[in-house]
Design a binder for this molecule. Structure first.
Ligand code: NI
Length: 172
């Protein structure tokens, strides 16, 4: 397993739409292992392939409580086939937008179809943090970020802050 570096805004790669994975092979399994290692190391509870610069439809997550055993999950070619009308609000963050947190409202429950690490077809109904996390990560595969749900004022402010930091980093 190899830890990869995580891309942050304003890198345009994060706005790309990812392509479906045709075959779940050893290369994809190795990639999922790298993504999990990168996510745990960050630390974070979810990571999409585009966040490490790989434009494939795949994300990993683990929403187990900190003191509970790890529950790594791999979602390949995920599709939300049902969303509840009930909404819920969670304070979200993103490894590509470090140390920035805001409340986001999303459907409280979703049903998602995907392929697992072995290429098997799966369908789960999720609620709570898992439902929010699945929607946040799936957005990444479509080039969407949680700040897109905020007011333009807030989004512009955070984009400006990170653009400035990126410029300083290049100069350093
Ligand atoms: Ni994210």
């Amino acid at each position: 397993m190899t830890k990869r570096s995580i891309i942050t805004i304003p890198d345009p790669v994060l706005r790309e739409v990812c392509a479906p994975i045709e075959t779940v092979d050893d290369e994809i399994r190795a990639l999922s292992d790298d993504m999990l290692e990168t996510m745990y190391d960050a630390p974070g509870i979810g990571l999409a392939a585009s966040q490490i610069g790989i434009l494939k439809r795949m994300f990993v997550l683990d929403v187990a409580k900190e003191d509970a055993p790890k529950e790594p999950m791999v979602f390949i070619n995920p599709k939300i086939v049902w969303s509840s009308e009930d909404m819920s609000v969670y304070q979200e963050g993103c490894l590509s937008i470090p140390e920035y947190f805001e409340d986001v409202e999303r459907p409280a429950e979703v049903t998602v179809q995907f392929l697992d690490r072995e290429g098997g077809e799966q369908e789960i109904k999720a609620d709570g943090l898992l439902a929010t996390c699945i929607q946040h990560e799936l957005d990444h595969l479509n080039g969407k970020l949680f700040i897109d749900y905020l007011s333009k004022l807030k989004r512009d402010r955070v984009m400006k802050k990170f653009a400035k930091q990126a410029k300083l980093a290049v100069k350093a």
